[in-house]
Structures are given as structure tokens and as C-alpha cells.
Write a protein that binds this ligand. Structure first.
Ligand code: ZN
Length: 98
């Protein structure tokens, strides 16, 4: 049993050290991924979003895995601030209702 209620890792099921990291169940979302250097619209892909807390770290991460070796990790403590700042931006709010 893991100390984190959100953790779905089967701890101690193998001897691989990465199996001791704490991972939430992934949530699949459809998104668009593109190179920041590209002018095209990019590709529609399925992303997996979840929470990761490595056994040797003292913080958790919001992990966005795009496959093909591409992923982003955002410190979980930063996520509420980013969302709050985006919601407070009235210009961005108007886009959401367009
Ligand atoms: Zn765990």
C-alpha cells in the first residue's frame, strides 16, 4: 500500500527502481503537438496526463506524455498559479467563450 492515495504504482512488484516512483493513473486527452519552430498546425495526437513523484524527489510533477520520446513535466506546485493566471486574463477568457 502506497502512502499517496492517488498512486497506482504496483510497488515491489518488480526490482526495477523506476517501479518505485509514484504514478497516478493516466488520463488521455486529444491535443495538437507541433514544433515551436514550425508554422504549420502540427499533428493531432493522444496525450497521457498524470502525476509523477519520483522516489528520490521531494516534489510531484504534472506529466504530459506525447509519445515518440516527447514529454513535459511541470512542478505540481506551479500548476494552480498557471491556471489562475490564465483564467484571470480577460482576453484569454473571451477566447474560451468565442
Ligand atoms: Zn506509490
Amino acid at each position: 500500500m502506497c502512502e499517496y492515495g492517488w498512486c497506482a504504482t504496483a510497488h515491489a512488484a518488480t526490482n526495477h527502481s523506476a517501479d518505485e516512483d509514484h504514478r497516478s493513473p493516466g488520463v488521455a486527452i486529444r491535443a495538437r503537438v507541433r514544433s515551436v519552430d514550425s508554422a504549420d498546425a502540427g499533428d493531432d495526437v493522444d496525450l497521457e496526463v498524470g502525476i509523477l513523484r519520483r522516489a528520490d524527489e521531494d516534489q510531484s510533477w504534472l506529466v504530459i506524455d506525447a509519445g515518440r520520446g516527447v514529454g513535459v513535466e511541470i512542478a505540481l506546485d506551479d500548476v494552480p498559479r498557471v491556471v489562475r493566471d490564465l483564467v484571470r486574463d480577460t482576453t484569454l477568457r473571451s477566447v474560451a467563450h468565442a
